[in-house]
Design a protein around this ligand. Structure first.
Ligand code: SAM
Length: 255
C-alpha cells in the first residue's frame, strides 16, 4: 500500500465505537480505497449507504469533497445532528433515500462511494447500469468496498454462512466472491472496472468491529471463531464511467 497516508486513520480512533460502527471499520475500508484511488479534491460525491456518516466525514475531511450522505436505515435528522456536532455540516448534506430510487439529477456526481453497503442492494443484474451509473458524470467513478467471500461457498462453509445470517436468504445472497461481482458488472461501452482487489485492512477492520462491543460484533466474532473468517474477504472496486464519444454536434452527451 502507498505509505503516504498511513497514519491519518489514527486521528479517527475516537470513532471506532459501537455508537458509530455498523460492521468492519468503514473508515479503514475507505482510507485504503482512497489511498489506492484518490478522488479529485473539490468534487461532488454521493456517499451511498453512509450509515452513521463516518465515511462521509472522512470523505469531507481527507478527500476534501462535498458529500451527499445518503442512507435508508439511519434517519437524515440523526446524521444532520452528528454532522453539526462534527463541524462538517457545510460540507456534508444528509439525505434519506433508497438506492433503488435515488432522488438526484442525472450526471450530477464526480464520484459515488459506497462502503460496506453496496452488497445490500447491488447484487442483482442491472442495478449498477440502471440505478447507479446514470447519476455519475462522464469520467466519474463509482467506488465500493464490501464484505464477500474468497470463492463462492458450498457444503459446510455455505451452511455456516446461512447460520451466521440467521437463515435469511436475502442476507446470504449478499456474500459473493470478486469473480462473481466482476461477472455481474460485465463489460460495457459505458463503463470500465479500473480497480478490483482484496483489501489489506481485512484483519484490522474486523478487529475494530469486534472490539467495539456492539452486540452484532460479538455475534460476528463467535462465527469467525467457528471458522467463518477462513472464507471471507473484503473487496474493493472502482468503476469509471467512460467519456462519451463525440457525436455529430461535437458534444460527448448521448442524444
Ligand atoms: C452495514 S451498514 C454500513 C454503513 C456505513 N457505510 C458504514 O460502513 O459504517 C449498511 C448501510 O447500507 C444502507 N443501505 C442498505 N440498503 C440500502 C438501500 N436500498 N438504499 C440506501 N442505503 C441502503 C443501510 O441504510 C446501512 O446504513
Amino acid at each position: 500500500m502507498d505509505t503516504k497516508n498511513n497514519n491519518r486513520i489514527e486521528n479517527y480512533r475516537e470513532f471506532f465505537t459501537k455508537e458509530y460502527l455498523m460492521g468492519p471499520n468503514s473508515l479503514r475500508l475507505l482510507d485504503e480505497m482512497l489511498t489506492k484511488y484518490p478522488l479529485k479534491e473539490g468534487g461532488r460525491v454521493m456517499d451511498l449507504g453512509c450509515g452513521t456518516g463516518l465515511s462521509s466525514m472522512f470523505l469531507a475531511k481527507e478527500a476534501k469533497v462535498r458529500v451527499f450522505a445518503t442512507d435508508l436505515w439511519i434517519a437524515a435528522g440523526q446524521n444532520a445532528e452528528r454532522f453539526r456536532k462534527w463541524g462538517i455540516d457545510d460540507q456534508v448534506i444528509p439525505i434519506y433515500a433508497d438506492a433503488n430510487t435515488l432522488p438526484y439529477a442525472e450526471g450530477y456526481f464526480d464520484a459515488i462511494v459506497s462502503i460496506d453497503a453496496y452488497h445490500y442492494f447491488g447484487a442483482k443484474k442491472g442495478v449498477f447500469e440502471e440505478k447507479i451509473l446514470p447519476f455519475l458524470k462522464r469520467g466519474g467513478v463509482f467506488m465500493a468496498a464490501m464484505p464477500g467471500v474468497k470463492e463462492e461457498l458450498t457444503g459446510e462453509a455455505a451452511e455456516l454462512l446461512m447460520e451466521w445470517v440467521g437463515g435469511n436468504k436475502d442476507d446470504y445472497d449478499t456474500f459473493h466472491c470478486r469473480k462473481w461481482w466482476l461477472d455481474l458488472i460485465g463489460k460495457s461501452s459505458e463503463y470500465e472496472v479500473v480497480l478490483d482487489l482484496d483489501l489489506d485492512c481485512y484483519e484490522e477492520a474486523w478487529s475494530d468491529w469486534f472490539r467495539s462491543g456492539h452486540e452484532y460484533g460479538i455475534k460476528d466474532k463467535a462465527f469467525m471463531d467457528r471458522g467463518m473468517g477462513r472464507y471471507l474477504s473484503l473487496m474493493g472496486l472502482v468503476i469509471k464511467r467512460k467519456q462519451g464519444e463525440r457525436n455529430e454536434y461535437g458534444t460527448t452527451d448521448r442524444i
